[in-house]
Design a protein around this ligand. Structure first.
Ligand SMILES: CC(=O)SCCNC(=O)CCNC(=O)[C@H](O)C(C)(C)COP(=O)(O)OP(=O)(O)OC[C@H]1O[C@@H](n2cnc3c(N)ncnc32)[C@H](O)[C@@H]1OP(=O)(O)O
Length: 433
C-alpha cells in the first residue's frame, strides 16, 4: 500500500530534470496507425524505466500524463500505462489535459509535488494519436440509445430503437478546431499571421531551420539516448533533411485561402498531424544523489496564461498567442530578461505563430531573441507534434541541450514557451545543473 507524506519542507526543494525518453514521432496514418495512445506511452515509459533502472518498489512516486484525443477506455490513460509497463504496479498515476500544453503541465504537476516534498521522483509525459482517433456516436443516436436503456418495458425500448434513422449512423469525428469559433488551429494562425504581417519567406526560413537543426541533432548523436526506436522507426518520420527554403517556397497555401493574396501558410511551415509519445523523469536532488544520477537541469519557474480570443482582446492576441503575455509575466516574476537566457524552446505549432510571438515580445519591449539560440535541436515543424507529447519532448531536449552546451555555466537558463488550443499558454524556465 503506497502513501503520500503530508509533511512539506518550509522551502520548496529544487526539482531536477534527470532525462527523457520518447519514441520517434510518426506522421498520422503511417507506421503507428494501429497503435493506441497506451501502446506508444508504454513504449516511451519503458525506455525511461530501462535507462534509469526504475523497476522495483515505488522507484517512482507518481506518473502524470495525458492525451488530447482520448478513447473512453483511456479514462485514466496514465494509470493503465503504468499497469502495462515495467514500472512498479504500485505507482499511482493520473491524467491531466491542457491541449498542447498537456506534457508541460504534467511536468509542472510532478515538479510541484517534488518541490513540496510529497514525492521524491516522478515521471511526466503525454501521448497522442491522430490516426487512432476516438470516433463518437452521433449525438442523436446516443440520445436514442440512452432513452432505450432507460425504458422500463420491451415495448418502450422497441419504440425508442425504432426511432433510429440512417443519418444517425454518421459518426462524431473529432475536429482539429476550436469549439467556440469552429475554425481550425491553422485558420486561427492564418488570421494572426495577417495581423502581424508575417511573411511567407520568414515562415519558410524558420521551417527549414527546424529540419536542419533536427537533422544535425540526430546525426551528431545528441538524440541517441532521448529517442528509442519503435515500430520500425528510428527517427521522426516527418524530418526532411534535404528540405530548403526554395523547396518550401513551392508549396501551395493550405490555410487562409479566403484571401489568396496573403495566404502564406503551407504544409511545410505548419506542423503535420502526428502520432507519438514522450516522457521525462523528474526528481529531488537527494533522490538523484542516492541513485548515482546527475541532474541535467533544474526547473526554476513555470507559468500558465490565457487570452480571450472569443469575446474580446486585441485582434493581434489570436488563439495561439497566450505565450506572448505568459512569458513576460514569468520573466517579471523571476526578475529576468530575454538576454538572461542561453537557449529558447518555442513550440512550433506553425512557423507564423512562433514569429508572431517573437514580434509581440519585442513590441512589449523585450530584447529580440537570438535566432541562433532558438530551437537549436529542431522543434515541432520537423519532429511533428503529437499534441500531449510535445511538452515532455521539449523539457527533456532543453535539459540535455543545457547540460551539454559548451561554455554554458551551471545556472545557464533555457526558456520554454508552448501555445495551446483554447487560447492558453504554458511556459517554464530550466537552469543548467
Ligand atoms: C497549439 C497547437 O499546437 S495548434 C497545432 C495543432 N496541429 C494542427 O493544427 C495540424 C495542422 N496540420 C494539418 O492540418 C495538416 O498537416 C496540413 C493541412 C497542414 C497538411 O496536410 P497534408 O496536405 O495532408 O500534408 P502533406 O503531408 O500531404 O503535405 C502536402 C505536400 O507538401 C509537401 N511537404 C510537406 N512538408 C514539406 C517540407 N518540409 N518540404 C518539402 N515539401 C513538403 C509534401 O511532400 C506534400 O507534397 P505532395 O502533395 O507532392 O505529396
Amino acid at each position: 500500500m503506497s502513501s503520500t507524506s503530508l509533511v512539506s519542507p518550509k522551502v520548496p526543494r529544487r526539482v531536477a530534470v534527470v532525462g527523457g525518453s520518447r519514441i520517434p514521432f510518426a506522421r498520422a496514418d503511417g507506421p503507428y496507425a494501429t497503435c493506441s495512445n497506451q501502446d506508444m506511452l508504454t513504449a516511451a515509459l519503458d525506455g525511461l524505466v530501462e535507462r534509469y533502472d526504475l523497476q522495483g518498489e515505488r522507484a517512482v512516486g507518481e506518473f502524470v500524463a495525458g492525451a488530447v484525443l482520448k478513447h473512453s477506455r483511456d479514462f485514466n490513460l496514465a494509470r493503465e500505462t503504468v499497469l502495462g509497463s515495467r514500472l512498479d504496479a504500485r505507482t499511482p498515476a493520473y491524467d491531466i489535459q491542457q491541449a498542447c500544453g498537456t506534457g508541460l503541465q504534467a511536468v509542472i504537476a510532478v515538479a510541484n509535488k517534488i518541490a513540496l516534498g510529497q514525492i521524491e521522483s516522478g515521471v511526466a509525459g503525454g501521448a497522442d494519436t491522430a490516426s487512432d482517433a476516438p470516433l463518437g456516436l452521433n449525438d442523436e443516436l446516443r440520445r436514442v440509445l440512452l432513452a432505450a436503456r432507460r425504458a422500463k418495458t420491451f415495448k418502450e425500448r422497441a419504440r425508442e430503437i425504432a426511432r433510429i434513422r440512417p443519418r444517425h449512423l454518421v459518426p462524431d469525428i473529432p475536429r482539429n478546431a476550436e469549439p467556440r469559433t469552429g475554425l481550425s488551429m491553422g485558420e486561427h494562425a492564418a488570421r494572426t499571421a495577417r495581423e502581424w504581417g508575417i511573411t511567407r519567406q520568414e515562415q519558410d526560413e524558420l521551417a527549414a531551420a527546424s529540419h536542419r537543426n533536427l537533422a544535425t541533432a540526430y546525426d551528431s548523436g545528441f538524440l541517441h539516448d532521448l529517442v528509442i526506436p519503435f515500430n520500425g522507426l528510428a527517427r521522426d518520420q516527418n524530418l526532411r533533411p534535404g528540405t530548403s527554403v526554395a523547396k518550401l517556397g513551392e508549396l501551395k497555401p493550405v490555410f487562409g485561402k479566403d484571401r489568396p493574396a496573403d495566404a502564406t501558410m503551407t504544409a511545410g511551415n505548419s506542423t503535420p498531424l502526428t502520432d507519438g509519445a514522450a516522457t521525462v523523469l523528474l526528481a529531488s536532488e537527494e533522490w538523484t544523489r542516492e541513485r548515482g544520477l546527475k541532474p541535467l537541469a533544474y526547473l526554476s519557474a513555470y507559468e500558465t496564461g490565457a487570452v480571450d480570443f472569443v469575446t474580446g482582446g486585441p485582434a493581434e492576441d489570436g488563439l495561439l498567442m497566450a505565450p506572448a503575455h505568459t512569458v513576460p509575466r514569468m520573466l517579471e516574476r523571476s526578475g529576468l530578461e530575454m538576454s538572461d537566457f542561453e537557449l529558447f524552446e518555442i513550440h512550433e505549432a506553425f512557423a507564423s505563430q512562433v514569429l508572431a510571438t517573437l514580434a509581440s515580445w519585442e513590441k512589449q519591449g523585450e530584447d529580440p531573441v537570438d535566432r541562433d539560440r532558438l530551437n537549436v535541436a529542431g522543434s515541432s515543424l520537423a519532429t511533428g507534434h503529437p499534441f500531449a507529447a510535445t511538452g515532455a519532448r521539449i523539457v527533456a531536449t532543453l535539459a540535455k541541450l543545457l547540460a551539454e552546451r559548451e561554455g554554458a555555466k551551471p545556472g545557464a537558463r533555457g526558456l520554454i514557451s508552448i501555445c495551446a488550443a483554447g487560447g492558453q499558454g504554458v511556459t517554464a524556465i530550466l537552469e543548467k545543473a
